[in-house]
Write a protein that binds this ligand. Structure first.
Ligand code: MN
Length: 215
């Protein structure tokens, strides 16, 4: 009986959003996780923000051969990634080159430390910002948007907030453009990459991470 009640309740909470998500075991296990719990009664995290399923984003500042910011968003159980040489801007007029790189595992979002000399991406990595994001495109899933070369997402990070769009400009070179959309969080004068240089995970600067974790 309890089982039936839980399942029905899960269905009620999901009604109005009839989007199938048959992608892999992570999504399936969360469906079951949610169906068994009444989030009006338990304080356990539901894994979802209002209005949609919350996904993870992380921006890692990476002092490799060239300093850049790795912008990563979770999509279907992996971190889809771009290297942004100048980092993200809060000014909607600023278009930032974002080079799509290989997908990373979800657990990579926790990584802060030093990649040793001679290894791929050698240098210091900082968790510069992280939080959750939501798809702002009602017509297609983020995975579909990636295929079609355009996504628009809403970030809820510690430093970055609001809408950002990523648009593919050269599919052979994996070039995309990252731009802030015009909303309340847009701010032409703020410049968080320079005014807020510390890790959101540990409060450290790149130099401190390098000194503490380098060899
Ligand atoms: Mn990198």
């Amino acid at each position: 009986m309890v089982y039936v009640y839980s399942i029905q309740h899960g269905r009620e909470r999901d009604s109005g959003k009839k989007r199938e998500e048959p992608y892999g075991s992570v999504t399936m296990s969360l469906t079951e996780f949610k169906a068994r719990r009444d989030f009006r009664k338990t304080k356990e995290p539901s894994g979802a923000e209002e209005g949609g399923r919350a996904e993870l984003f992380v921006i890692q500042k990476h002092d490799a051969r060239n300093l850049h910011y790795d912008f990563r968003i979770s999509v279907d159980g992996v971190l889809v990634s771009w290297a942004v040489p100048k980092g993200p801007s809060t000014d909607p007029r600023e278009k930032r080159l974002a080079i799509r790189t290989e997908d990373h595992p979800l657990s990579y979002a926790e990584f802060e430390g030093v990649i040793p000399e001679g290894e791929y991406g050698a240098g210091t990595v900082m968790v510069w910002d992280r939080g959750t994001y939501e798809n702002l495109n009602e017509d297609e899933r983020v995975a579909e948007g990636l295929e079609n070369g355009h996504i628009k997402i809403n970030l809820k990070g510690e430093k970055l907030k609001g809408g950002y769009a990523l648009t593919e400009t050269n599919s052979e070179k994996n070039w995309w453009i990252l731009v802030k959309t015009r909303d309340d969080a847009a701010d032409a004068r703020s410049n968080p990459t320079s005014t807020r240089p510390r890790s959101v995970l540990t409060g450290r600067t790149l130099k401190e991470i390098q000194e503490e974790e380098g060899t």
